[in-house]
Design a protein around this ligand. Structure first.
Ligand SMILES: [Zn+2]
Length: 108
């Protein structure tokens, strides 16, 4: 399952940093294509129960998927219209411009 590996990557960083001091929270930029922010938070909460990260503050900035075309057309895409990847103006294939971010911005 893909979503487990994202949580695991964050977890590893937190473990490393917690050796040097207490981790109180972290901030993550998360593309919609990678994972829904609520799902990430839910899994993290579940994992951290009964561990030193149980009360860590989880701040997730969800980056919405943005599709675009060479002709200048752009749209924010919800998960429901993922199937429709043709430009409505010129019928070219739409490219993903944003939505694949996975970045641990801050740990405090
Ligand atoms: Zn186009």
């Amino acid at each position: 399952m893909v979503f487990i590996s994202e949580v695991y990557l964050v977890w590893e960083v937190l473990e490393e940093l917690s050796v040097r001091g207490c981790v109180q929270g972290f901030r993550l930029r998360l593309g919609e294509e990678v994972m829904n922010s609520k799902i990430f938070k839910d899994i993290f909460k579940k994992y951290s129960r009964g561990t030193i990260f149980e009360n860590v503050e989880v701040l997730v900035e969800q980056i919405p998927s943005t599709y675009g075309c060479e002709c200048g057309y752009f749209r924010n895409s919800s998960l429901s219209d993922k199937q429709n990847k043709r430009c409505p103006r010129c019928d070219d294939r739409l490219k993903l411009f944003r939505g694949e971010e996975f970045e641990l911005v801050d740990v405090y």
